[in-house]
Design a protein around this ligand. Structure first.
Ligand code: ATP
Length: 322
């Protein structure tokens, strides 16, 4: 059952169950997706990500539980992990068709009159890097091109809620960067839920995160909350010149747990929390006038937190073997 509310959440699911038999499916999932945020849904193969996303999108039914939508009816768009199109349609025709469907339902960008239909189509194709392929038939498209096209066809609907199932799985590095930038750009005005196995991507763009494991949510909350709870907030910093004075300065700060200088301008800094480190390191490096060469999370990453949470890594044990 799906109900609608005007709420701070774009979506909430209540005790969602889908029983495929043999333990597969969902076993009581309470997802809470804050409005106008980017929510990353992560989990191993078979964890249930596609099932949850499909139920929210209205493409599959739950056996029990309900979905509460905080966005207007018909303002949700879904991109499947392996999108397929009629092979004889060109990319521009696919997006135009999507726009036409939206306009006939009284929504989407074709309805606004601000932009001509062909401009809206061209703009969305350009955003996903398909301008050159606009007049090519989709039958010859690679998986990555189909993923880009699916995103363009969804964006042209101007959805309040965009649901993306592994949107970067088939993309090359440029495509991934483009799609991540697009997702980031929607934060604040639109809600995006996306599933991914590429945890650094999720860490880059998602403010909230849900960790699914065998049909159950192991964690749900902010990205920094997850990292604080399941990973040590440690960064390796490299500056031009000697790192000793900077390490000394950092050690005097209340949010710093430890700062050790090494060779070649390297230092390892542990913060009291992920948030404190993210805020404090940039500020302190700036005010110290340090010339920053690189700044990398060592343990303060989603991957470490995920592996610890799912029991694949012993906390402080130096990594997983999977
Ligand atoms: N239609 C179906 N019939 C039977 N079992 C299914 C069906 N769809 C999914 N399952 C099973 O339910 C579990 C969850 O599948 P789902 O596709 O939701 O997981 P996922 O987290 O998206 O996985 P992946 O990361 O591999 O895409 C898996 O064990 C899968 O085999």
């Amino acid at each position: 059952m799906t109900t609608r509310t005007a709420a701070a959440h774009a979506v909430r699911t209540h005790s969602l169950v889908r029983d495929y038999g043999g333990g597969a499916g969902l076993h009581g999932v309470d997802l809470e997706v804050p409005k106008n945020e980017v929510y990353g849904l992560i989990g191993r193969n078979g964890a249930g990500k596609t099932t949850v996303l499909s139920i929210i999108a209205g493409l599959r039914r739950a056996d029990a539980g309900r979905v509460e939508m905080g966005v207007a009816p018909g303002r949700t768009a879904f991109c499947p992990d392996t999108p397929e199109f009629e092979p004889w349609l060109t990319a521009a025709e696919v997006v135009r068709q999507s726009l036409g469907l939206a306009a006939s339902a009284g929504r989407g960008e074709g309805d606004r009159g601000r932009e001509r239909e062909s401009d809206a189509v061209a703009r969305r194709l350009a955003e996903v890097g398909l301008t050159e392929a606009a007049q090519r038939r989709t039958g010859g498209f690679s998986r990555g091109m189909k993923q880009r096209l699916s995103l363009a066809a969804a964006l042209v609907l101007d959805p309040e809620l965009l649901i993306l199932d592994e949107p970067t799985s088939a993309l090359d590095p440029t495509g991934r960067a483009d799609v991540l930038a697009l997702i980031s750009g929607l934060e604040g005005t639109r809600t995006v839920i996306f599933s991914s196995h590429v945890l650094p991507d999720v860490q880059r763009v998602a403010g909230s995160v849900g960790v699914l494991d065998r049909g159950r949510l192991l964690f749900q909350g902010t990205m920094s909350g997850l990292i604080d709870a399941y990973a040590r907030p440690v960064w390796e910093v490299r500056v031009r010149g000697a790192a000793g004075p900077l390490a000394e300065r950092l050690r005097t700060l209340p949010w710093v747990v430890g700062a050790d200088a090494g060779q070649d301008g390297r230092l390892v800094v542990e913060a009291r929390s992920a948030e404190a480190g993210e805020l404090g390191l940039a500020r302190e490096l700036g005010s110290a006038g340090a010339r920053l060469v690189s700044l990398n999370p060592v343990d303060a990453d989603l991957e470490t937190a995920f592996l610890t949470l799912t029991g694949e890594r012993i906390p402080g044990g130096g990594g997983a073997d999977d």
